[in-house]
Design a protein around this ligand. Sequence first.
Ligand SMILES: Cc1cc2nc3c(=O)[nH]c(=O)nc-3n(C[C@H](O)[C@H](O)[C@H](O)COP(=O)(O)O)c2cc1C
Length: 108
Amino acid sequence: MRSPLDDTALDTVFREARTHYGFHAQPLDEAILRRLYDLLKWGPTSMNSQPARYVFVVSEEGKSRLLPALSAGNRDKAHQAGAIVIVAVDSRFYEHMPEAVSQFAQRP
Ligand SMILES: Cc1cc2nc3c(=O)[nH]c(=O)nc-3n(C[C@H](O)[C@H](O)[C@H](O)COP(=O)(O)O)c2cc1C
């Protein structure tokens, strides 16, 4: 049986985790985004299906296309962020279920 998370982990994930509204100007390494996706793709869903679709917008060109669609209060901080992630729902995600089942079989 696994031991429960210790207080440091609980603080990091729950008690002290706050939304960030300011960002450093340094570019975000794509490897970090890939590591993030590799974690979130295992979110608990039926048969490990993944109805969410993610678009990571990192280029200035992409941001300049996206920013006008955001509410005015969100534009500055979104522009500063190393990546803006568009999260969408694939309403026909079930067409990929055979793929989801085969990935589930490979889960570590
Ligand atoms: C319905 C709803 C709408 C929100 N809209 C925005 C938003 O437009 N921009 C933004 O930066 N945060 C938005 N937030 C997030 C809140 O500002 C904040 O991150 C959230 O309440 C958690 O705060 P905390 O991380 O400091 O605990 C929204 C939250 C909710 C519940």
